[in-house]
Design a protein around this ligand. Sequence first.
Ligand code: PLP
Length: 457
Amino acid sequence: MTVSNVYPTAPLRALDAAHHLHPFSDMKSLNAEGSRVIVRAKGCWLEDSDGNRILDGMAGLWCVNVGHGRPEIAEAVAAQMGELSYYNTFFKTTHPPVIKLAGMLADLAPPAFNHVFFTGSGSESNDTVMRMVRTYWQTLEKPEKTVIIARKNAYHGSTMAGASLGGMAPMHKQGGLPIPGIHHIAQPYWFDEGGDLSPAEFGLKAAQELEAAIDEIGEDKVAAFIAEPVQGAGGVIIPPETYWPEIARICKEREILLVADEVICGFGRLGKWFGSEHFGIEPDLMPIAKGLSSGYLPIGGVMVADRIADVLVNATGDFNHGFTYSGHPVACAAAIANLTILRDEKIVERVADDIGPYLQKKWAALAGHPLVGEARMIGLMGALELVPSSPARRRFAGDAGRAGTICRDFSFRNGLVMRAVRDSMIISPPLVITHAEADELVRLTEKTLDDTHAELT
Ligand code: PLP
């Protein structure tokens, strides 16, 4: 559908190209092609400056869980701006929105989680995790326990610590990363790395790399293991069912803190409030962001289990860490309004019982397309593996990522935002997507696959 074009695309693009350095973008090619100007959004739909409507299959950056443009959140934010637009939470100070949000999170999280430290983003949350786990062990007089084990191809953010905890090779190539004290093990990516093993066998093998790494580094030096319940930016890598129980066993037996990065999986993406609940694991720390405010304002945090909080509260003294915007009152008001919508409209339950299974079934059928080697989805996050000859688990020869880029470009032209991670196509729509919109998402994906197939053959 085309609506009136009130934004002049060409001058906006020219100004953007002249002054704006974009994250995760090749600026030279962006300036040659012209950036994509999004001017408004409602529910699951974006509108660009040329008046095109585009289905937001990625919920922004995996974050707009309640959909775009909810007036309740705008009103809560405006009201809070009028009441207390800013105050900090340093030096024993607090305010009603941060108190209320902390209490709400304690109610919504698993029973062991009754404390939260607020940040401004997922990356800041993971920086906080790193300092917090090391401080925890220092307080317990085990200061040599500093190493954090993470996974290859994981994403934990873009700050120095976040990008170092992450296992993205292209990020590590820039800026001298990773910082010391971080060790990466294999990811549970059966499609690419499982070889002849069954998914269950491979899941165990990948998990046991953690035990091998602890043995190699020394249990007395390892502070924590961090992982996303389902790797998102790495390519929606759903671990085999054997993976998480084995990881949980190892962390418990070897006195290693378990950190579940819930920045994507938290707040309903997997049909539970937290992704760890889906896999039945009990982490020690849970970094959160994105769905906490559905992206309406920047806010993140680290949820801290009681056994860790007891040490930090009763024995550490000052935790010399914090951000100007830790517990920002207006961001807290947005998060409270967002969590209220998620809770009162039973959106998380809907992902588990209704729209999740509905879209999963339709998505799975895409495995019949000649370009698709695997179609997987959990909750409302899914991936398609593009291959030269379905159903073989074999990648395109040569230029990894070429098929994905072609497919992503067709997708956008067809009116659907999908993301390409090398040759994996990713979706993660708003959790409020309707059945009719889910049908449309699948129809647009099929058309995009057909267009891509025609271009590649
Ligand atoms: N952790 C995970 C699992 C993420 O997916 C992201 C962002 O995509 C982050 C951390 C970083 O969050 P932010 O971009 O808010 O810093």
